[in-house]
Design a protein around this ligand. Structure first.
Ligand code: SCA
Length: 168
């Protein structure tokens, strides 16, 4: 994309990682490991250290951690278009196959697919697609039981690193 347009207020560590047809809002940083496909992008200030697949939209204040995946719909049978809300954190090497609402966290290394069976705080087990778009959820894999859990995300993860965004 950067052969044709240099978006204002955006930092891209490796210009080849952003395809023509991506949309990067002012305040976005795309680090070396980050990637943004066409018809995909960001709506506000955000940190992209993972892959933003075709059709995926990242909300203001969200962080896609190193090596994280947002499941796309170009191949492989995925048919749910992923959106990430505002102030979310998708942890390093994590992945999302459902939409996230606002202020959600996905633990580093956890891939939440639409069919992942998730244990709720009251013990009920639901498929992750039923939580698609919901806000204030922490998804984690219980490291003792192996169960994927949805917990209320009360703690704010700290937000974007202001220093990293001061040069956009
Ligand atoms: C899931 C969270 C958010 C949890 O972190 P928190 O700080 O909220 O909680 P915590 O203090 O670690 O833990 C609170 C309590 O829960 C327990 N606990 C935590 N995780 C647990 C798990 N999976 N299973 C069971 N218990 C768990 C703790 O032991 C602790 O218990 P007690 O209360 O009993 O003590 C974190 O682990 C995480 O995955 N963060 C993602 C960070 C990330 O990936 N950022 C992107 C960086 S991108 C980057 O750096 C690039 C790197 C790269 O390129 O690879």
């Amino acid at each position: 994309m950067t052969d044709y347009v240099a978006p204002k207020g955006v930092r891209i560590a490796d210009a080849d990682r952003v395809r023509l047809g991506a949309h990067l809002a002012e305040g976005t940083t795309v680090m070396h490991e980050g990637f943004v496909n066409f018809n995909a992008g960001t709506l506000g200030t955000s940190m992209v250290e993972g892959r933003v697949s075709a059709g995926v939209v990242i909300g203001d204040g969200s962080d896609i951690g190193g090596g994280a995946s947002t499941m796309g719909t170009l191949s492989g049978g995925g048919n749910v278009r992923i959106t990430i809300g505002e102030r979310c954190l998708v942890g390093a090497e994590a992945g999302v196959g459902i939409a996230l609402g606002d202020e959600c966290v996905v633990e580093a290394g956890l891939y939440v697919t639409a069919g992942t069976r998730v244990t709720m705080p009251d013990g009920e087990v639901v498929k992750a697609r039923e939580l698609s778009g919901a806000s204030h959820i922490l998804f984690r894999r219980n490291s003792v039981t192996g169960t994927v859990e949805a917990r209320p995300n009360n703690a704010v993860w700290g937000g974007l690193n202001e220093v990293l965004h001061s040069h956009n």
